[in-house]
Design a protein around this ligand. Structure first.
Ligand SMILES: Cc1ncc(COP(=O)(O)O)c(C=O)c1O
Length: 401
């Protein structure tokens, strides 16, 4: 048989860069080695019990049939009401489209605006999926360097990157992988600059509530209408409410953009699971309980962060600033590169082989020389990982084998 003729759109995409590390870790595990996995991109908490109960209630009510492609009315209304109460945001329920996770929200938004050869602005480091979406849409990915501003995107950087071909900017704050948060005043300036040049902004708010004070929780859905008209917010229940497997998210965008996304979605996933939409609508209505659950998780992430970051900085060759949000430490290991380690991937490989600690290499995020370490895992795992890494790196260089 001839090899399968994969479409160009898909052939041009890259498989997830985290896959390689996961495979190497799995191979070691198969040999009976106890591997500490610090690659995880999902909460280690279970979904709050009251949300599970709402899903059971939805099932008991017989919510097992198709809903509208935009999602149930009650889902759209509950999102609008939640954002109105929490962020003083003012948008209509019809500007909300339910999707199968933040990922589908991002795909819906990008695929309904990008034409071939449009320029898609992507700040570096980026979440691995962003350039792949651009590639799939046959847009031209244009990267914005942000290291000069400590990986916090600025309006100035955006302004300097816009050309006549720029159509869309993708932003993720709080950020995966850097843990950086864009202050809301800067976010507003970014959208203003884009709106002036007729450039749209897709803001991935999948880690929305995971900002550690004094960093602020800010949603671009609360921008005034004339700016919000240029914005599509991609929201998700996955991380915030520890619901990664439920596959539910949403977009908040102007009516026309929303209608285009509904059209696209009506020919693909149709809508996310009906009783899951119901559970999420109820969770949004019960905002106090939902925000309390988020607060409990955030407190634990913060406790781990407070232990982990100083400990990582005690490892020779590791430089790590304090994350302002999300649940990742982004470690600069460029000081270690030279004869022994040519790239950060070599450092990651050494950590796995010798200390049995698996982390994600920064290259997949457009940041060669960095490692992403997830603290969505137990304190015990984190402490064991740090001990293991100290034992291999805090030796004289001749001792490192
Ligand atoms: C930055 C970012 N955006 C979006 C997603 C998608 O999450 P989901 O599709 O589960 O909502 C992820 C998941 O890792 C993420 O890290």
């Amino acid at each position: 048989m001839n090899s399968f003729p994969v479409s160009e759109n898909v052939a041009n995409m890259h498989a997830s860069s985290t896959l390689k590390a996961a495979q190497a870790a799995a191979a070691l595990r198969d040999q009976g080695v106890d591997v500490i996995d610090l690659t995880v991109g999902e909460p280690d908490f279970d979904t709050p019990e009251f949300i599970k109960e709402y899903a059971r209630e939805g099932l008991a009510k017989g919510l097992t049939k198709y809903t509208s492609s935009a999602g149930m009315k009650t889902f759209q209304e509950s999102i609008a009401e939640f954002y109105s109460n929490r962020f003083a945001a003012d948008f209509a329920p019809s500007e909300v489209v339910a999707s199968c996770g933040g990922k589908q929200a991002l795909f819906n938004a990008a695929c309904t605006i990008l034409n071939p050869d449009n320029e898609l602005l992507i700040p570096k480091p980026y979440w691995v999926t962003f350039p792949e979406i651009g590639t799939f849409c046959r847009a031209k990915n244009v990267f914005i360097e942000t290291e000069d501003t400590d990986f916090v995107l600025t309006a100035k950087q955006v302004k300097e990157s816009i050309t006549d071909k720029t159509k869309l900017l993708i932003i993720n704050s709080p950020n995966n992988p850097t843990g950086r948060v864009i202050p809301h005043t800067e976010m507003r300036k970014i959208v203003e600059i884009c709106a002036e040049r007729n450039v749209y902004v897709l803001t991935d708010e999948c880690y929305l509530f995971f900002a550690y004070p004094p960093a602020e929780v800010f949603s671009s859905a609360s921008l005034p209408k004339e700016l919000r008209d240029y914005v599509c917010v991609a929201g998700s229940f996955s991380k915030t409410y520890a619901m990664t497997g439920w596959r539910i998210g949403y977009t908040i965008a102007n009516e026309e953009w929303s209608r285009a996304m509904v059209k696209l979605q009506s020919h693909s996933a149709t809508h996310p699971t009906s009783f899951v939409q119901y559970a999420c609508a109820k969770a949004m209505q019960n905002a106090d309980e939902s925000l309390k659950a988020v607060g409990t998780m955030l407190t634990e992430y913060e406790r781990r962060k407070n232990m982990l970051i100083p400990a990582l900085n005690e490892i020779n060759g590791f430089k790590c600033s304090v994350p302002e949000g999300a649940f990742y430490a982004f470690v600069d290991v460029r000081e270690m590169l030279g004869d022994k380690f040519k790239t950060s991937a070599d450092v990651a490989e050494f950590m796995l082989r010798v200390a049995h600690v698996v982390v994600t290499d920064g290259a997949g995020f457009g940041a060669d020389g960095f490692l992403r370490i997830s603290y969505a895992t137990s304190m015990e795992n984190l402490e064991n990982a740090v001990d293991g890494l100290k034992s291999i790196f805090n030796k004289t260089s001749t001792q490192i084998v």
